[in-house]
Each structure stands twice: as structure tokens, then as C-alpha cells.
Design a protein around this ligand. Structure first.
Ligand SMILES: *Cc1c(COP(=O)(O)O)cnc(C)c1O
Length: 404
């Protein structure tokens, strides 16, 4: 039996044509497709600048550098996320720290953020868990009143929108994040194989990120400092200057060609994901042991770009462990995943910063109960029916002594 994975890309003949066209064009690394993809993405989300990079981890690192976060600074994020949202702070010598999640949306809780604040906090990385956006207006209010920078980790939310005070905003194109980061890893809502994007309306952040993406070097005569030689007559066509310590975080034309093609199907992907989520919610609604995902704002039901379908399961009442349940699902050909282990409880974080259990009780409680079921655009109705039926069967408690 084929295993249904928890997430999977959707590749079309047009994606494949785009790659072969790119190969024939002769451009493999940074060529015209990179800029075209950046412009199309910026237009799509409604941002002034988009900087495409090799993955979202690199984009988060560049966001830290662009905001000049460094040693002595603290960066708060949500523990319910992938490692990169916190690691990026450590990359630049800052201290990654954590505030707890809101138990409804599983995203960074503005009240907990406020309570965790310390004078050295210089940036906050808010994560749009499963595709539901963090409460960005409330978070930006807490962060900006204290002069810090708001970075939105929207790796789960490419293509998403949300409502605030009767108006609709696009992830990456609203006023409550200074920089927003997207991932195009294959399980995410659109893919370039590996890939990431940093978007911002801030010219300085965009220029820094663009420069640091490629070794901090420039070939633009306008920006030459003159510190590297004896004058303009020395600067032939070979000439370039390195102004900052950067990296090779470039993305290839091949990847951007896939990205341009995938972008044309992003609405189709998100609509399908929303339909699947609604069907899951309906199918699993009446099971006491299962808590289906909830939206902080019910108006976002038609706007959210779901990346994950994460339920909470009361394993105790069922008398089975999560491992046993995952094994039973796997026996029925159904992949499932646990997203995420709270980052502050990772061995490196415990060792490096002394973080322990109890630091973020809501995130830790979610972790003991969470399970993500398969969600991707090509999940067939029959496959989803099979997943719902199997889950219902496994999550209905055995008849107990109470019945005798
Ligand atoms: C996937 C993911 C990342 C990292 O993205 P890469 O492109 O794999 O580097 C960061 N944050 C979150 C929340 C993610 O889901």
C-alpha cells in the first residue's frame, strides 16, 4: 500500500516546461528568472521589495542582519515552530528567547509576549502556525511601542490573507511586519524545491539583504567606497568591492522558474487546502477526544492558506499513546507528523540558555496532544475519506465499564 504523506508538493507539466526552458536558456544560477520571480511575488503579496534566497532559514538570518540584531540583543519567538525561527537569532550572536502561545491559534500570544519583555529585546519573530496568521496588529503594538522590529515567519502562510477591523490584508503586504519570510520547501504551500523569500517595504532592509545574499559585494560604481584601491582609474571592468561580510544565499534561476510557475497556481492550492480543512473539520467534529483547529477570527475561514492540519488528541482518554496511534495510522497507509517539539526544550537550547520545561506551558501542553494529518492539494477525496474514517475508528474510546 502507498503511504499518504503528511504533506507533498504538486508539480504540473507547466512547472516541468519552465525548468527545461530555463535549462535551454543557459541561465542556471542568478539570471532573469530570479528578478522576475521577486517582482511577481512582491506584486502578489503587495510588498515593495522581495529578495529571493536559497531557503527560508537564510532569509531569517538575513532579516536579523538587516535589522542589525547582534550580540547583547534578545529575540523573542514562539516555541511552536521549526528550529530556524529561533536559530536565526543565535546565528548573529543574539539570545533567542520564547513567549508562550495562544491556546486557540497556537501562535505567539501578545499578552505573554508583553509579560516576557526585557529591555534587551530588539526583535520579535511571530510565526503563522499552520497557515493561521499570528495576531500581527496586537503583536506589532507590543513590539513597536518598545522600539523593536517585527519579523513575521510566514513559512506556513504563503498565499494567505486575514481580516482586521473589516478589512482584508495579505500576508507579506500588511503594515504590522517590518519584514516577512516565506519558505518554498516542498511540503509548504508552494515550492521551488528549496527556496525562501524575504519581503519588506523598507529600502534599507531590502538593500542589506540583497547585498548579504551574495557575499556583501557590489559591482555598482555608484556605491564604490574607494577604500580598496588608488582611484577610479584602477577600477576596470573586473572591479568589485566587498562592503560587508555576506554569504552565498543565492537561489537559482531553475528554482525561480518553478516558483514563477507555481505562483500561478497558488490560489488553486490554497482553495483546495481550505476545502480539505473544512471537510476534515466536519468529519472529525463529533469526536470528544479530538479538538479540530480553531481560528482566532472566524472571518479568516475563507482567507487562511492552510499549511498543516493539526488536531489535538486526548490520548489519555483513549488509552493509547501517540506513538501507538501513529503506528496504527501508518498501518492503514496514513502518514502523520508531530509539529512541533517546543524549540526551547531542544537539548541545545537547554544547554546553551538553561531553558526548562514549564517556561511555555501552553506550547508544552499542545506538544503532548498535537498530531498533524495529511494536507496537500493533491490529496484525493477518497484518501481523505479513508483518513477521516480511520481516525474516527482509532479515536473512539473503547466501551468502558460504565456500560456494564
Ligand atoms: C519550513 C520552515 C522554516 C524553514 O524553511 P526552510 O526553507 O526549510 O529553511 C522556518 N520556519 C518555519 C515556521 C517553517 O515551517
Amino acid at each position: 500500500m502507498n503511504m499518504i504523506p503528511y504533506g507533498r508538493q504538486s508539480i504540473s507539466p507547466a512547472d516541468i516546461d519552465a525548468v527545461s526552458e530555463c535549462l535551454w536558456s543557459g541561465w542556471l544560477t542568478t539570471g532573469p528568472a530570479v528578478q522576475e520571480f521577486e517582482e511577481a511575488f512582491a506584486r502578489r503579496v503587495g510588498a515593495k521589495h522581495a529578495v529571493a534566497v536559497c531557503n527560508a532559514t537564510a532569509a531569517l538570518h538575513l532579516a536579523m542582519l538587516a535589522a542589525e540584531i547582534g550580540p547583547g540583543d534578545r529575540v523573542i519567538t514562539s516555541p511552536n515552530t521549526f528550529l530556524s525561527s529561533a536559530n536565526c537569532a543565535a546565528f548573529v550572536g543574539a539570545t533567542p528567547d520564547f513567549a508562550d502561545i495562544d491556546p486557540v491559534s497556537y501562535t505567539l500570544c501578545p499578552k505573554s509576549l508583553e509579560a516576557s519583555w526585557q529591555d534587551d529585546v530588539k526583535a520579535v519573530v511571530a510565526v503563522d502556525y499552520a497557515g493561521q496568521t499570528a495576531d500581527m496588529p496586537a503583536i506589532a503594538d507590543v513590539v513597536r511601542r518598545r522600539g523593536a522590529v517585527v519579523i513575521e515567519d510566514a513559512c506556513h502562510a504563503t498565499g494567505g490573507r486575514f481580516e482586521h477591523n473589516g478589512k482584508t490584508y495579505s500576508v507579506g503586504g500588511h503594515p504590522w511586519a517590518d519584514m516577512t519570510v516565506f519558505s518554498f520547501h516542498p511540503v509548504k504551500t508552494m515550492t521551488t524545491g528549496e527556496g525562501g523569500m524575504l519581503v519588506t517595504d523598507n529600502d534599507v532592509y531590502a538593500n542589506r539583504a540583497r547585498s548579504l545574499r551574495s557575499h556583501g559585494m557590489t559591482r555598482d560604481p555608484q556605491s564604490f567606497s574607494g577604500l580598496g584601491d588608488d582611484g577610479p582609474e584602477e577600477r576596470g571592468p573586473w572591479y568589485y568591492e566587498m562592503h560587508d561580510l555576506g554569504f552565498n544565499y543565492r537561489i537559482t534561476d531553475l528554482q525561480c522558474a518553478i516558483g514563477l510557475s507555481q505562483l500561478t497556481r497558488l490560489d488553486e492550492f490554497t482553495e483546495k487546502r481550505r476545502r480539505l480543512v473544512k471537510q476534515y473539520n466536519d468529519g472529525l467534529a463529533d469526536v470528544p477526544a479530538i479538538e479540530t483547529p480553531r481560528l482566532r477570527n472566524s472571518n479568516d475561514a475563507d482567507l487562511t492558506s492552510w499549511h498543516l492540519y493539526t488536531v489535538q488528541i486526548d490520548f489519555e482518554s483513549l488509552g493509547v499513546s501517540r506513538t501507538e496511534l501513529m503506528r496504527s495510522l501508518a498501518d492503514a497507509g496514513i502518514g502523520s507528523q508531530v509539529l512541533y517539539i517546543p524549540v526551547h526544550l531542544q537539548p541545545w537550547y537547554r544547554r546553551q540558555y538553561g531553558y526548562t520545561t514549564g517556561k511555555c506551558p501552553a506550547a508544552e501542553a499542545l506538544y503532548t496532544r498535537s498530531l498533524s494529518l495529511p494536507l496537500f492539494p493533491e490529496l484525493a477525496e477518497s484518501e481523505q475519506d479513508h483518513i477521516i474514517d480511520t481516525t474516527l475508528q482509532l479515536c473512539t474510546p473503547p466501551r468502558t465499564a460504565a456500560h456494564r
